[in-house]
Write a protein of this length. Structure first.
Length: 183
């Protein structure tokens, strides 16, 4: 239920951000939402203020306005935060952040790839890999990189349910299948 509510709020914010025709940078909004969600997650005092029914909504919005001003939030994000707090949905900021990024990616045609490599990749290698994945998918790809010590070498990339295996282990497994199929 809460995921559906968070997605509705995220859709509304994406509509507003994209409706500015570039006046508001969508990735900056995602970063600001992320920073806010992290602050709420990391501060028990802030969570107590936001989640307590004993504290009036006006005080909660005042606290959030002060917090938004100190971190330099865009006016649109500050207004959005005020609405979420007034509607008593502050407990959903983490889910709203995740849903916002997902909806934004869907609307702008960006795919997220989870890339694992045996060793850290250089910037040039990352750009080349993202370019190749973009050509394969026909969409812009944003990669999230990690190092997997289980890999012998190479990389694996997961986009949705599709895995592109360029690892040494994957190549050896493919060779093994070909050799045993011929036997």
């Amino acid at each position: 239920m809460s995921v559906a509510i968070a997605t509705r709020y995220a859709n509304a914010l994406v509509d507003a951000v994209l409706g500015t025709n570039g006046a508001v940078e969508p990735r900056a909004v995602a970063g600001q939402l992320g920073a806010l969600a992290d602050m709420i997650r990391d501060s028990a005092d802030l969570r107590n203020v936001l989640y307590s029914p004993a504290i009036p909504t006006e005080k909660k919005t005042a606290v959030m306005a002060k917090l938004a001003a100190t971190v330099g939030m865009d006016r649109m994000v500050r207004n959005f935060v005020t609405i979420v707090v007034r509607k008593r949905r502050a407990n959903l900021f983490g889910q709203i952040r995740t849903a916002f990024e997902k909806v934004l990616d869907e609307r702008t045609g960006v795919l997220e790839a989870k890339v694992a490599s045996a060793a850290p990749l250089s910037d040039a290698s990352q750009q080349a890999l993202e370019g190749q994945l973009s050509r394969l998918t026909g969409k812009k790809v944003r990669a999230i990189y990690s190092v997997d010590p289980e890999l012998l070498g190479g990389v694996t990339a997961r986009i949705g349910s599709t895995v592109y295996d360029g690892s040494v282990r994957g190549q050896l497994e493919s060779l093994r299948r070909k050799l045993t199929a011929g036997a």
